[in-house]
Design a protein around this ligand. Structure first.
Ligand code: ZN
Length: 235
């Protein structure tokens, strides 16, 4: 089982750039209407636990929030690898640096180029970890924040966003070419333009390389699907 967790991958943008490998066999929008805000940590924690975690995660300390393995669907798999997953195995140093540079940009102490360079560097690191893990665990979940992190400062700049979607489409192509395993691609929320910047939107996305016959599922619905996959694999 492979989960490609793509932060802020937007349902409309995947269609706009015709990313066939991201779309896979079945794709659609997720339903986030039960959430008051589209918060990254809350949405990934809710995906991992199958429960709406909004009230349990304070805004102020959200990046420190961490689930135990037995609170997540990972507990159903014999072996798992979770690369940089928010609320679980986040690479705290990398994300702290990204947030520091974002703040510095608005304080006029860092340029967007300096910020982007760190985002792309961290992205390459996760890509290396992710592809090295494929085939070595019953479930691998690889998290990539590229669309979110670049999007926040540049969602209104089409050539930069096209580069991001081209890169994520290439990752999906590489994963799909390398395995017959069940592949779920999922985002926490979408993105909308605010001038040249971007902000979270409700256009969350999911896709699978097999028919699940879902109809605008909630992000919490995948927990049971993954539990079923684990059960099938162990029997
Ligand atoms: Zn996010």
């Amino acid at each position: 089982m492979i989960i490609l967790a793509l932060d802020a991958l937007d349902f409309n943008m995947v269609g706009k750039y015709k990313c066939q490998n991201l779309m896979q066999t079945e794709c659609g929008q997720t339903n986030l209407s039960e959430f008051e805000l589209e918060r990254t940590v809350v949405l990934w924690a809710s995906f991992l636990t199958g429960k709406n975690m909004e009230s349990r995660i304070p805004i102020k300390t959200q990046w420190e929030f961490k689930l135990k393995p037995d609170e997540t669907f990972f507990t159903y798999f014999r072996t798992y690898q979770a690369i940089d997953v928010p609320a679980f195995s986040l690479k705290e140093g990398n994300h702290a640096e990204e947030r520091r540079l974002l703040k510095s940009y608005f304080d006029e102490n860092a340029t967007v180029e300096e910020y982007d360079a760190v985002i792309w560097r961290n992205h390459e690191e996760n890509k290396k970890d992710f592809f090295a893990s494929l085939g070595c665990f019953d479930i691998v979940m690889g998290y990539f924040d590229l669309a979110d992190a670049i999007g926040h400062l540049s969602f209104g700049i089409p050539e930069k966003i096209e580069k991001v979607y081209t890169e994520l489409e290439r990752i999906a192509y590489e994963v799909r070419s390398s395995t017959e395993d069940f592949i779920l691609i999922i985002s926490d929320h979408g993105m909308k333009p605010v001038g040249k910047y971007g902000d979270h939107s409700r256009n969350g996305f999911y896709s699978a390389n097999r028919e699940l016959r879902l109809n605008i599922p909630s992000i919490t619905d995948f927990y049971e699907i993954l539990r079923g996959v684990a059960k099938n694999e162990s029997s």
